[in-house]
Structures are given as C-alpha cells and as structure tokens.
Design a binder for this molecule. Structure first.
Ligand SMILES: [Zn+2]
Length: 494
C-alpha cells in the first residue's frame, strides 16, 4: 500500500496566509494534507505540478446555491472555478424553516433566484441541512440562517414589528439553525420582508447568534444614496449584539453615489479600531444582479435606474427576453417601460432575474483592494437564461484582471482573499490554508494564463488555466472536466 493517497509534486505553493509562494510537494492522506516540503514516499496518485501554482481551494462566501446543491450537486459552475467550499443562505434568502408561507415565498419569485424546489421534504433548518447532506454535493458547504425566511415563515409579509411571541418564535428557529451548525445569520434588508425589520429586531436576533459564537452577514438596507447609514446600521447591530459583521457584496450603487466607498471603508476601519470585527466581500464586476421585482416600487422600475442599464438575465417562460435590456423588451411589447415591467413580472410569476450596470470601476477596485475584503461571487444559479457571468467567472477573473493585468494586489494577497481570510471569518476549521493538518482542498492553476471565459452574452463558460481542483483529497476537476464525485463535507461551526 502506498504511503500517501495523493502527492502533488513540485508546484509553487501559495499557502493562503499571504506568504510568498515557494516550491514544495504536498502529500495527502485520508483527505488531509499530511506532509509539505520535500516529500519522500510513494502515493496512489501523483500530479506533476512543476510550472503550476498550488493554492488552497477557493471559498465562495457569498452563494445562493441553497437549492442548486439539491438540483445540481456537482455545482460545476463553482468547482470549475477552483471553488471547494460554498457558503449559502445569504441575503436573508433560503428554504428553511419551511412551511406554507415559505412555499409561497418561492412561488412569488424567490425561485427565480434560488431555483425551483422539487419537493419541500423538510420543515426545520436541521432537516434541510440533512437534505443537503443526502444530496452529496461535490464542494464543501456551510450555511447561514436567512432572516427573510425566518420572518416569512413566522409572520408572513406583515409590514410591522413582530409581537413578542413572533420574535420568540424567530429566535427559536434561529437557535435551532445555529445548533445545527449554521455559521450565523444573514439579512437582505433591501428585500421584502427583510426591509420591514427595524434595527432593534435584528439586534435582538443577533443576541442569539452571539450566544452561539456566530457572525452577522448583511445585504445592507441601501447600497445607493443610503450607503453610509446602512453600513453604520450593520456595524451597530453587531456591536450591540456582540457578533462580528460581514458586509455582503460591498458596493456603491447608482451613478449619483459613485465614490461613496471612499467614505464607507473608513467607517469599517474605524469600527475595527474600536474592536468590532467588521469584514466584507465583493465580486469583481461593475454590474450587479438581483430579482427584477426587488428593483420595483408598486410595480414600477425605481426611478434611479435607467431601463437600458437593466438586462433581463433569466425568466420562467418567455426565454426570448433573456439577454435583452428593459427598453428593448418594452419596444417588443410595444408598451412604455412603466407598463412593460409590471406586465413582464406578472407574466413570469415574478421570477425574473436582472443584471444591472450600476457600479463604477474605481469603487470596485477600492473595495477589492481593502485588506478585509474577501471574494464572494453572489452568483445566481438560474438553470436557464444568461446569468451574470460572476456565476462562472468570479475567482479566475480576480486573478486574471486584478492580480495579473492590473497588479492591484499580489497573487498571494489575491489568494488570501479567497482562502484564509474567508475561512477565519466564517469559522471553517482547517480550511483555507495549505499546511500540514489542514483538509486537502487544493486548486492547481497557472497564474500566467488563468482566465475567465464567461461574458454577459455567453456566461455559461468554464474558465481556463486551472488543471486540478481537489476537495478533501479527491480530484473533482481535471483539465476542464468536471466530475460529480460526492467529495464535499457539510461544515458546521466548531
Ligand atoms: Zn444580496
């Protein structure tokens, strides 16, 4: 019997800590890295990584793959990028705890974002996690408890504070999720019903998260002209409840608000200086993506958005609209945009996902460059249509565009933003580093050629320049071929 299961020979090893790359062999046994350096001994399988870079597998901290894990457990669009762990349940959206209200939540449009649920076979959060375990996904998975789902399941779409009994019920569900291993609580305060929650409700819920040692992750209330107050609110919630704070997909949205990250990042730095652990994630694009319904007020597109800046990414029925801008669709319908948008939403059961070209490159760069910013794709895994290219391209794009071409930060720093920083923030034990004793989540790539291939027109393209992706010691991607090996583990908070 060979000494090791796998031996990756002679690569430039980037360990995830930000330290400079060095040539080393990496030996794997029983899913973990057991030797690093000049390794003697034989292995069942050897990979010659001479001339390649060997890094910890990338951790995608901002995922909406909750249902895709059940429907497409290979999660090929993620593993092909070098992603070995996904953190789901973001933006307050999720499928548990489930009841009739939550089924209606999906029918009213959430399925456009998370995908269709074939069978709500669970009711509690723990039962949903069991369903994910049974699906045997290829990557590792961690979860956040989604506040929107907690609120809908408890009090429907009521636009008011919860009663004491309702708040108690939400806390019970949250505690059940935390006990089942969730990393923390997520909110989507731009969306209904998260938008109905006042700061005090969120502080109260976060006290439960604090008891379990979890973190608070927020799609903040307003990423446009309310950005600074919204960042302050997120920090206050964590500071008063005693939880670390992760600001999701940090950005300044809308032309009038470009440049606001010059003020939002110092708010984060100041909070950190007084001891609040605030971190953030970002995706490397100037276009955002979300459900079209969330961009409307009373059925009309919000005034700050130019209809030409909004592209329909995916719909449920009329696929001919996918890839078209709202002004073009209005022309095809022969209606003014004000009437075309509500008609489109009604015809599609609200399940329309949009891509919006609303950010400035300078803000994107400023946020990505911040030492506390990690990478999160925010990919929306629509089974049809033209999803935002971030679903397939986020991680290679950072290494191609911001590391290699623009030299915004070093390769080692880019890898740290995808590995050790997220593993520490989300408490993923023994992940995010290439070191003895860590789990063998590894990506082997060529730093001089790695490249995104997905585009807004043709998003469903795997990146190039990645030779192997390894999850818990098992090779799940080899030279662009993605397998369905059930190699992932369900990661629970330690
Ligand atoms: Zn979000």
């Amino acid at each position: 019997m060979a000494q090791f299961d796998l031996l990756v020979r002679g690569g430039n090893v980037i360990d995830g800590t930000g330290a400079p790359a060095r040539t080393a062999d990496v030996a794997v046994k029983d899913g973990r890295i057991v030797a690093l350096g000049e390794v003697n001994g034989d292995a069942d399988r050897e990979i010659d990584a001479n001339g390649w870079w060997v890094a910890p597998g990338f951790i995608d901290v901002h995922c909406h793959d909750d249902i895709a894990l059940l429907n497409t457990p290979s999660l090929d669009f993620k593993t092909a990028q070098g992603v070995t762990t996904v953190v789901c349940g973001n933006c307050g959206l999720g499928a548990a705890p489930a009841n009739e209200h939550v089924k209606e939540f999906f029918a009213r449009g959430i399925e456009g974002v998370l995908g269709p649920v074939k069978d709500f076979s669970w009711s509690t959060i723990g039962e949903f996690y069991d369903a994910v375990r049974e699906a045997k996904p290829a990557p590792n998975v961690a979860f956040l408890v989604p506040h929107g789902t907690l609120r809908v399941s408890t009090m429907g779409w009521e636009h008011r504070d919860p009663t004491d009994a309702e708040l108690g019920k939400m806390k019970d569900h949250l505690a059940e999720g935390m006990a089942a291993g969730a990393a923390g609580l997520s909110t989507g305060l731009m969306y209904v019903p998260g938008a109905f929650a006042k700061t005090e409700e969120l502080i109260e819920l976060n006290r439960v998260v604090a008891e379990y040692g979890g973190l608070y992750v927020s799609h903040i209330r307003n990423e446009g002209n309310g950005l600074l107050d919204s960042v302050r609110e997120a920090i206050r919630i964590g500071e008063e409840a005693g939880t670390p704070v992760q600001i999701s997909h940090h950005k300044a949205s809308g032309r009038d608000n470009w440049g606001l990250t010059k003020e939002s990042l110092p708010l984060i730095d100041a909070a950190r200086e007084r001891g609040v652990r605030v971190t953030m994630d970002a995706y490397p694009y100037t276009a955002a993506s979300t459900s079209l319904a969330a961009l409307t007020r009373n059925g009309r597109l919000v005034r700050a958005l130019d209809p030409h800046d909004v592209m329909v990414a995916s719909v449920k029925y009329q696929h001919e609209y996918e890839g078209k801008r709202l002004d073009e669709i209005a022309d095809i319908m022969d209606l003014p945009v004000e009437d075309a948008v509500p008609k489109l939403l009604a015809d599609e059961d609200q399940a329309v996902v949009a891509v919006m070209f609303i950010m400035d490159e300078a803000d994107v760069r400023r946020v990505l460059q911040h030492p506390q910013c990690m990478i999160g794709s925010d990919g929306i895994p629509s089974p049809t249509g033209k999803p935002h290219p971030r679903l397939y391209g986020t991680f290679p794009r950072v290494l191609e565009r911001y590391v290699r071409n623009e030299k915004l930060f070093s390769l080692e720093e880019g890898v740290r933003k995808m590995t050790q920083l997220p593993a520490k923030t989300f408490m993923l034990a023994d992940r995010g580093e290439v070191r003895e004793g860590a789990w063998a989540d590894i990506v082997i790539f060529d730093a001089s050629t790695i490249a995104e291939q997905s585009t807004y027109d043709e998003p469903r393209q795997y990146p190039t320049g990645i030779s192997h992706v390894i999850v818990n010691g098992q090779v799940v991607v080899e030279n662009g071929q993605v397998s369905e090996i059930p190699s992932g583990q369900f990661l629970t908070r330690p």
